[in-house]
Design a protein. Structure first.
Length: 324
């Protein structure tokens, strides 16, 4: 293990959800819990068996650490391990604090040209990498991203990086769609009271064809329905956003058109990939951060996120830090 002085911690929708509702699905907050799982910091102490890190190293933290070497770990899909530790998922404490102890294998050294803030953004970025991998985005793919929150945006960035020829994004908010354009979306569609079929037809209209891949990032029933209707026969829908446990979807439409529906659960094996992309400047995720607060103003930061202002709100845990 390593002891870290925390630097930057992003606020996620799930953090806000636990704070407001005390549960997400089967994960129920029964005792006080530290939030935060999008984080970076500086190593200040290492355990006796740690060789790849030393005090002073700047690291990005992968929040999910398997507790045992089960069959999921053996096949490289450790995110599916039922006993995994995960920051800020009850009953496991998160890392929104000044000092934090974590498994050294899940702390990744940041190159000098990658900032702490980018290090903290690797967590949401990883969701995009994992989703686009599961979707099979490749050279020339036409992609529909449903929802333009932070997770929709990282999927736009990653899909373009993986060779998507055209990416169309839908959202209710004009300002969020503007952000999607900024990070590389080719087309945006502001949806209002459209039916799922109408959304599908608008997506086809702007792309000039049905997309091969839909990445659904809202979890809203109507959006999942639109995603299925929009996707070309033989294509793939990846469900990223989480809504109610039971949703009604046109499953027969998907079945008879051989549309594959895939889920994702967090991510695995994505930190080295993300660090390589950031270090080589192949992607730019800096525009995602719109607000910054010191740890003392955490409540204000959470309120800002809850109200849906900006995109990604970042907390600064190190009182000596003078960076922007």
């Amino acid at each position: 293990e390593v002891l870290l002085r925390m630097h930057s911690v992003g606020i996620c929708g799930s953090d806000v959800h636990y704070w407001q509702n005390g549960r997400i699905g089967d994960f129920v907050v029964k005792n006080p819990m530290v939030l935060g799982h999008e984080a970076s910091g500086t190593v200040i102490k290492v355990g006796s068996g740690v060789t790849h890190l030393k005090p002073g190293d700047r690291v990005a933290i992968e929040p999910g650490v398997p507790r045992e070497m089960d069959e999921f770990c053996k096949t490289g899909r450790y995110n599916l391990s039922p006993t995994i530790f995960f920051c800020a998922t009850p009953p496991d404490d998160g890392n929104l604090c000044r000092y934090y102890k974590h498994s050294a294998s899940y702390c990744y050294k940041l190159p000098d040209n990658v900032t702490f803030e980018e290090g903290a953004l690797i967590e949401p970025l990883s969701v995009g990498i994992h989703a686009c991998n599961r979707a099979g985005v490749t050279l020339g793919s036409k992609v529909f991203v449903s929802g333009s929150g932070p997770i929709g945006l990282v999927n736009v960035i990653v899909a373009k990086m993986m060779g998507a020829a055209a990416v169309v994004v839908t959202d209710l908010s004009a300002s969020r769609l503007q952000k999607a354009k900024e990070v590389g979306a080719d087309f945006t569609i502001q949806v209002k009271n459209d039916t799922p079929q109408e959304v599908a037809s608008k997506v086809e209209g702007v792309l000039g064809c049905m997309p091969d891949i839909t990445v659904e990032c809202t979890g809203v029933q109507a959006c999942i329905q639109a995603g299925i209707y929009a996707t070309r026969s033989g294509g793939t829908v990846v469900l990223v956003g989480l809504g109610p446990e039971m949703v009604t979807v046109p499953i027969v439409n998907a079945a008879v058109r051989e549309v594959d529906i895939r889920g994702i659960f967090r991510y695995c094996n994505t930190w080295p990939v993300a660090i390589a992309l950031l270090a080589s400047k192949r992607i730019n995720i800096k525009p995602l951060v719109t607000h910054r607060f010191p740890l003392e103003k955490a409540l204000q930061a959470f309120e800002t996120t809850r109200r849906g202002e900006g995109v990604k709100v970042m907390l600064k845990c190190d009182p000596n830090d003078q960076s922007p």
